[in-house]
Design a protein around this ligand. Structure first.
Ligand SMILES: Cc1cc2nc3c(=O)[nH]c(=O)nc-3n(C[C@H](O)[C@H](O)[C@H](O)COP(=O)(O)OP(=O)(O)OC[C@H]3O[C@@H](n4cnc5c(N)ncnc54)[C@H](O)[C@@H]3O)c2cc1C
Length: 441
């Protein structure tokens, strides 16, 4: 394998390039990113006074093989000293709330909490879980996440699945734990971030790739079309052409569908069927400690408010990201998801002012905070989280079978296919490389 082109410089494309770069069989990697920065949705806003706000992911789970895999990568990149761990004993791990019927309700934890009927639930959670274990699997081979969670936890839980999906899922391969992952187990971490924010991870990855001398990194390089050639592929950019023996696509499914050649036409509709939802992220900073409760944050079921997904109390798990000179509270209000259009109308006509008003209104009514925030930032993430609808896994299998049956030297990776959490996306990049070049996890 001489040259591999990687399409898309989000965390998925960066991870795939990283694993390619470490493999001696690969001579050259060309990473092509549409925008002017690498990292995709992994995006931190850093103020000059040291405050960090996350516009995308804010916490990564260390658990499981995919969690260990990311920690091994973090360690290899030399980011181990930057880690901000949050153990299970931390209040942010213990306290999570639901906003139901105008009140915050702590979600039960531990066995006694599971045995009692705790408001606002209509029956003990253990009952729901036992029913899930005893109840026959749905008749569909591939139940939608929505129906699975509704069946499992009762309909009170059905809201905010967009946030729920971020909690991670997916395969359970074997990955050995390096020293950092071992530390996470010993210290019982529930999640972690990085001192300068999550964006340090894509930044370190792109530095690593740059230093390797093996990877050409291109920003502002929108892929327009890919075409098979005698030697593999040609990748058409706005202002040039790249030749490659193999392509790893880490593009969102819809973006990939629009660059495929005519021989891949059967893939187009299937890729377009992998839809993604729009989320408005409103970062807020308040002066002083303003929260009436302490914990990770609260979720808002769609039955309560279709527009609001939840409020994350960022200052509680990661006070290190607060402004240094005095007590402040950082919150993130997440809005939209599957109900974006219904709640706010078409994304192109929603204004930042209206989203800010809605977010501060929620903070006021849910948390009793009537003070205005001292700082705010509104970001509209269009089509940012793929929704795995009924039949997703069969669809992905069928896409990959087409590629295989037609001997296309193409790998599909990223959040559109194998899980949306950062861990899943990184692991998807690794799996694509392992399958291309051999090598085990
Ligand atoms: C608001 C939010 C909060 C989240 N919170 C968490 C969390 O707390 N924990 C967690 O684990 N996960 C979280 N996630 C999920 C996780 O961040 C994403 O699933 C993951 O970052 C997606 O990575 P990706 O590389 O697959 O896709 P992307 O980040 O979408 O990257 C794809 C890249 O392809 C580029 N591209 C598109 N078209 C072209 C083209 N034609 N040519 C070249 N390049 C192109 C794009 O510019 C982009 O950089 C969150 C996501 C969001 C949006």
């Amino acid at each position: 394998m001489r040259t591999v082109a990687v399409l898309g410089g989000g965390i998925g494309g960066l991870a795939a390039s990283y694993y390619l770069c470490k493999n001696p069989q690969v001579t050259k990697v060309v990473l092509l990113e549409f925008s002017s920065r690498f990292g995709g949705w992994v995006w931190s806003s850093r103020r000059s006074d040291g405050t960090v706000f996350e516009l995308g992911p804010r916490g990564i789970r260390p658990a499981g093989a995919v969690g260990r895999n990311t920690l091994n990568m973090v360690e290899e990149l030399g980011l181990g000293t930057e880690i901000l761990p949050v153990p299970f004993s931390h209040v942010a791990s213990k306290n999570r709330f639901l906003y139901v019927k105008g009140k915050l309700h702590r979600m039960p934890s531990g066995i006694s909490g599971l045995l009692r009927t705790v408001p606002p639930f209509s029956r003990p959670l253990l009952f729901s879980i036992a029913t899930e274990i005893l109840v026959k699997k749905g008749t569909n081979d591939d139940e939608s996440i929505h129906s699975f969670v509704s069946r499992r936890l009762g309909k009170e839980h059905r809201g905010s699945l967009t946030l729920g999906m971020l909690l991670g899922s997916g395969p359970t391969p074997t990955v050995s734990a390096g020293p950092l992952a071992q530390r996470s187990i010993k210290e019982s971490w529930a999640q972690w971030s990085l001192k300068r924010g999550m964006e340090s991870l894509p930044e370190s990855l792109s530095d690593f790739l740059q230093r390797s001398g093996k990877v050409e990194l291109h920003r502002d390089a929108a892929v327009r079309q890919i075409n098979p050639s005698a030697a593999g592929w040609t990748v058409q950019l706005e202002d040039g052409v790249v030749s490659a023996d193999h392509i790893i696509s880490a593009l969102p499914a819809k973006a990939l569908s629009s660059v495929l050649p005519s021989c891949c036409r059967p893939l187009v509709q299937q890729l377009q069927d992998i839809s993604a939802v729009t989320v408005a992220v409103v970062n807020l900073e308040y002066e002083g400690g303003i929260l009436p409760v302490t914990g990770f944050g609260h979720l808002v079921p769609s039955s309560e408010d279709k527009g609001l997904l939840g409020v994350v109390y960022d200052s509680i798990p990661f006070p290190q990201h607060n402004r240094a000179d005095g007590p402040t509270t950082r919150l993130t209000v997440m809005m939209g998801g599957a109900w974006f259009q219904e709640a706010f109308g078409p994304p192109e006509s929603v204004t930042a002012e209206s989203l800010l008003l809605r977010a501060t209104g929620a903070v006021c009514s849910h948390l009793g905070v009537s003070a205005a925030p001292s700082w705010s930032r509104v970001t509209l993430h269009r089509d940012c989280i793929p929704q795995y609808q009924l039949g997703h896994h069969q669809r992905v299998e069928s896409l990959r079978s087409f590629v295989k049956d037609n001997n296309l030297s193409l790998s599909l990776t990223g959040s559109s296919f194998d899980g949306v959490s950062v861990n899943d996306v990184i692991f998807s990049g690794r799996t694509a490389v392992d399958q291309l070049l051999g090598g085990g996890v």
